[in-house]
Design a protein around this ligand. Structure first.
Ligand code: NAP
Length: 283
């Protein structure tokens, strides 16, 4: 086996949400292993800061930065086309960007913000990049979900949460969508050499609660694992030979674990896929 320092040499990885938290630590680890890492963040300033931090620690890291706001699907399309105009290969796509706004917000395209940024944006990005990912096989898609997906419910009659909105209800729903998307994607990718898995990082001290006042915001900043620990399962799924060929699974602490019952509802996953295709203009 190659030493960890060379494990990802020659691999191109795109990580969304790489300007901060779990995504930044994953970018750092994969760059340290020799990968070319395309770091995607919302703010170019935070992205530049993250890139500088990694280069300070690993001056030979091969990093590219792209600042894209996932609250507009047009921007997601722009990211995919910028990427494919510059790169012919993508070996790892990590869909990790996530947000929890302080109150119900609506994206430029008119979707509830968490559904838009946490689910529709990665759904569209992945589909737009699938050709280049398949050409790069063996390749991996890694989606950052959360244990809170257990509490998520998908109600197709209230998909934009216009009625009965709750912050963590909408968050849980978007994280359930991440798991359903992963399982359906893995089915669709069978035989292509591309795997799709998802994971929960577990409670990790990050900026995820930056918009939330009170105890919940405090918890995100101060409780749980270090960011490096939070990123461990992401790094494992993106790089470890142990999970070569493993697909359609949910992980925690670098181990496959059971996701919720509703995440295994194949009818729900198919319907969500079709609705997401329609909402993102893919069909
Ligand atoms: N922290 C936890 O306890 C925990 C637990 C379970 C799951 N997760 C999941 O882990 C993932 C990473 O979150 P984190 O905890 O590392 O939080 P974080 O430090 O706040 O990082 C979130 C990342 O997402 C990006 N982002 C947010 N809104 C965006 C938008 N509209 N367009 C594009 N990018 C956007 C941010 O970019 P900017 O910095 O440029 O704004 C940042 O890079 C999320 O999917 C989250 O749901 C976290």
């Amino acid at each position: 086996m190659a030493s960890e320092g060379a494990l990802m040499r020659g691999k191109v990885c795109m990580i969304t949400g790489a300007s901060s938290g779990i995504g930044k630590e994953t970018a750092k680890a994969l760059a340290r292993m020799g990968a070319t890492v395309v770091m995607v963040g919302k703010s170019s300033e935070r992205g530049e800061g993250a890139k500088r931090e990694i280069l300070t620690q690993f001056p030979n890291a091969s990093l590219e930065l792209m600042a894209v706001d996932f609250s507009t699907l047009e921007a997601v399309r722009g990211l995919a086309s910028d990427f494919t105009s510059r790169h012919q290969e993508l070996h790892v796509l990590m869909n990790n960007a996530g947000t929890i706004p302080a109150k119900r917000e609506v994206s430029t395209d008119g979707f509830e913000m968490q559904f838009a940024v946490n689910h529709l944006a990665p759904f569209l990005l992945t589909n737009l990049l699938l050709d280049v990912i398949k050409l790069s096989a063996p390749a991996r898609i890694v989606n950052t979900s959360s244990g809170i997906h257990n509490r998520g419910k998908i109600d197709f009659d209230n998909l934009q949460a216009e009625r009965g909105y709750s912050l963590f209800g909408a968050y849980g729903r978007s994280k359930l969508a991440n798991v359903l998307f992963t399982y359906e994607l893995a089915q669709r990718l069978k035989g292509t050499g591309v795997t799709a898995n998802c994971f929960t990082p577990g409670m990790t001290k990050t900026d995820l609660g930056r918009h939330i006042r009170g105890p919940s915001g405090f918890f995100f900043r101060h409780m749980g694992k270090s960011q490096e620990e939070g990123a461990r399962t992401a790094v494992y799924l993106a790089s470890s030979p142990e999970v070569e060929g493993v697909t359609g699974k949910y992980f925690s602490n670098c181990r496959e674990v059971q996701s919720s019952n509703s995440s295994h509802d194949e009818g729900l996953a198919k319907r969500l896929w079709e609705v997401s295709e329609r909402l993102t203009g893919l069909s």
